[in-house]
Design a protein around this ligand. Sequence first.
Ligand code: CA
Length: 228
Amino acid sequence: MKRIMLLLLAALFLQRAAQAAPPDSAMAAIGTAFALDRHEVTNSQYAAFLNEKGNQREGRTLWLELGTRFSLIEMQEGRFVPKAGFDNHPVIEVSWEGARAYCQWAGKRLPTEQEWHRACAGTGGWSYPWGEEDAEGRANLFGDKDGYARTAPGGRFPAGASPEGVMDLAGNVWEWTAADSAAAAHLRGGSWVNGKSMAKCTARAAVSSDHSYVKSNSLGFRCARSLP
Ligand SMILES: [Ca+2]
């Protein structure tokens, strides 16, 4: 009897441990040094963060710009909620500070530019996450020929995955990377506003630059974590 009780307790413990385990399946190990989110951070994930921390003003702006005609998160009865149908689309209109704060809240951090590039170009120095083939059908880029006039839900372009299974590195939204300050931060990967040249692993942009192709409605982020 005692032995059965112990077995039941052990089973319960294992079940609880499985439930409480961090969602590491949502991250891909890149070599042995770090792991990267498989997907860009979504509106529903960012709304959950804002509901816990509030939309703080840091630097020149709020973490999330609300109320523009592009924003995909809105306030409903005092809570942050993704607009209908946009739960799994990447968050946009997010400041560098807002991206950094989210990753910290999630127990992660922004990837460095070097890490982002390694995840995109692999060990072979590829032009795109999938290699050298044309971007058509592999990324959400400019125009609606790819099926999406603006952002796409994460993971809709499996042919565009990196060897380690990271999705949408090229296109969908530009992705913030780590820096000493917002002014020094760069974005990688291009977006639904851009053509394929901006989706190359080597392409980079900054909002402070003269390039008009970087707009807040086309930028988001994903998080990284160092591996022990
Ligand atoms: Ca992207």
